[in-house]
Design a protein around this ligand. Structure first.
Ligand SMILES: [Zn+2]
Length: 258
């Protein structure tokens, strides 16, 4: 019996510190991986400045995908957004399903948004978000396959999300409802790409954002944004999670363009 206890003690002494170190290592690497990307679609609008104010207060950058036809009505808001240091990317010029009719339709809309943004001093970026995301109802059409090819063929990345505030489907959500939706969809414990909106209807965007930030802070997430300093490793990780280039994971060159 004594012998068994002695062996058991030896066993524990030998393995315990090692297991403990490994456990601590795991905790550390797990916590390093907790990252959230807050993304906003459909601005600029009169609701954009309040969103920027909340981000500034928390010293956090979010990623914005803007709609070109709104620039003429919200020039000051656009300028404020561009000067804020938050990355700004193309969503579309006209938020209309017409763009999914053919690659030419998409391309002309995309170019128009690009040129208009450039007239405000914006410089081209690597990211874009399709209206409705890449899994929209046109995803299986030949035209949309060509459109995706156009994007990846030009070295760009189309960005989706894995957490939705559902604030476009129901634009009058209370800040608490926005938070509830974000919590409900936040299933991947390490990487959250959150879709929110700062369009004209999203009056509760800033108040909702405040709650969303508090939530991710309390859960120990690091806040990141999608800008051109993003590493290849980060892109790979986001591709693996199907939030970047979901249907085009293989690298495509301009030669592969249809
Ligand atoms: Zn949109």
């Amino acid at each position: 019996m004594k012998k068994i206890i002695a062996i058991a003690l030896l066993f524990i002494t030998f393995f315990y510190p090692m297991n403990n170190v490994l456990a601590e290592d795991n905790i550390e690497s797990e916590s390093e991986k907790k990252v959230v990307y807050l993304t906003f679609d459909d601005g600029p609008s009169k609701n954009t400045p309040a969103v920027l104010e909340v981000l500034k207060k928390h010293n956090i950058k979010a990623t914005f995908f803007v709609v070109g036809e709104q620039f003429q009505y919200f020039q000051n808001e656009l300028k404020e957004l561009l000067e804020s240091g938050n990355p700004v990317h193309i969503h579309c010029y006209r938020h209309s399903n017409w763009i999914y009719g053919s690659q030419d339709n998409y391309r002309s809309d995309y170019e128009k948004c690009k040129e208009t943004l450039k007239s405000y001093g914006w410089q081209e970026t690597k990211f874009v978000r399709f209206p409705g995301g890449s899994s929209n109802k046109y995803r299986k059409t030949a035209a949309f396959r060509d459109i995706r090819q156009y994007i990846v063929g030009h070295g760009l990345y189309y960005v989706d999300w894995n957490v939705s505030a559902e604030d476009a489907i129901h634009s009058m959500l209370s800040p608490n409802e926005i938070l509830c939706n974000v919590k409900k969809y936040n299933k991947d414990s390490n990487t959250a790409v959150v879709l929110m909106h700062d369009g004209g209807m999203n009056k509760t965007a800033a108040a909702g954002l405040e709650k969303v930030i508090e939530y991710f802070k309390s859960e120990g997430y690091e806040f990141k944004c999608m800008d051109d300093d993003i590493s290849e490793e980060e892109i790979k990780l986001l591709m693996g999670k199907s939030v970047v280039n979901k249907f085009n994971k293989e690298k495509t060159t301009a030669n592969d363009l249809p």
